[in-house]
Design a protein. Structure first.
Length: 329
């Protein structure tokens, strides 16, 4: 007699055994065997439709379970790769932080940063490492938030700025505007920054290292510039005279060389012109002095700049007023 898929059960002694545990154990084994083999061991009779349907269901269930298993294995493999990559990235970031920490601490110590700025820098460093950004000490300040960078530049450069003769009696708001435009630059040892007689298109504020300035004339003059010193103050006179163009730069009277590795903050001519144009009224005394010394110079040249500055100030005032009104409503 062909018993179909029930042949194994009928031929075994499990139907004759009374303990329930034996029967359920056999059924469990039978189900696992057929699911794992995708129902290949099932041989249904063609006369009984439900037997055939049951065999089909077992085969499909085996395929579904196999697909789920394969999917879970792929997900597990992908998760393991992601986890491994994350762990390696975290280790790399921690290692980079460990290597850079002494350099950052030395930089902050050398510049005598207050405790509040140090805390903000370390907080920013944690965020930078989370973003997986490489820390380059030559562009260290560029990685920091704008407000923090502005406060650091003010701490480092406000002193040297106040030593510039033309700025000694100026409003602090002007000094803050100049600080905003300062760019940190690192020069290697023995590099030539300016050659004698070449156009002077930027002003330097030294925050670390030593600069050597000298001339090639018979009356050679040698100077050393260190932390807190500046070079290129004649750029202010050039800006006041050449209000409308970026030409005829003043010539450097000396050759400027980096005696050691030097960290400076650079104020470029275009940026200085922008600041002076914005605060032109603070330079009226200097404008009159140039007008009396130079017959080709006239304060009238600055009238367009003054008008532009007034228009910009008026637009800012209107914008602030409208913002306050919207908040009130």
């Amino acid at each position: 007699m062909n018993s179909g898929i029930y042949s194994d059960a009928l031929e075994s002694i499990v139907l004759d055994s009374t303990p329930f545990v034996k029967r359920i154990s056999y059924c469990f084994w039978w189900g696992i065997q057929n699911l794992s083999s995708l129902g290949q061991s099932l041989k249904p009779t063609t006369a009984y439709v439900w037997e055939i349907n049951f065999s089909v269901i077992v085969s499909i269930s085996g395929l579904v379970l196999l697909a789920i298993l394969a999917g879970n294995l792929q997900v597990a493999f992908w998760l393991s790769l992601v986890t491994q990559k994350y762990v390696l990235s975290k280790i790399a970031r921690s290692e980079e932080m460990r290597l850079k920490k002494p350099e950052i601490e030395l930089w902050m110590y050398f510049h005598s940063l207050p405790r509040s700025l140090k805390a903000r820098i370390w907080q920013s460093m944690k965020h930078i490492l989370k973003e997986n950004i490489h820390i380059d000490m030559e562009n260290f300040l560029h990685l920091l938030p704008v407000e923090l960078c502005k406060d650091i530049k003010w701490h480092l450069c406000s002193g040297p700025l106040k030593e510039v003769p033309i700025l000694q009696t100026m409003d602090e708001q002007l000094l803050e505007a100049i600080c905003k435009h300062l760019t940190p630059v690192l020069y290697a040892k023995n590099s030539i920054i300016f050659h004698e007689g070449e156009p002077l298109a930027e002003m330097l504020f030294v925050t670390r290292g030593k600069l050597l300035t000298y001339t090639a004339s018979a009356t050679a003059r040698v100077r050393f510039l260190g932390k807190g010193d500046f070079y290129g103050e004649e750029l202010f006179d050039w800006v006041l005279i050449n209000c409308a163009s970026l030409s005829n730069f003043p010539l450097s009277a000396e050759t400027v060389k980096a005696q050691t590795e030097v960290e400076v903050f650079v104020l470029r001519a275009q940026q200085l012109k922008t600041v002076v144009s914005k605060f032109w009224w603070l330079f009226t005394k200097e404008l009159r002095r140039h007008s009396s010394l130079n017959t080709s110079f006239s304060v009238e040249q600055w009238k367009p700049r003054a008008a532009y500055a007034l228009q910009a100030a008026w637009r800012r005032h209107k914008k602030e007023t409208s913002t306050v009104r919207r908040r009130c409503y």
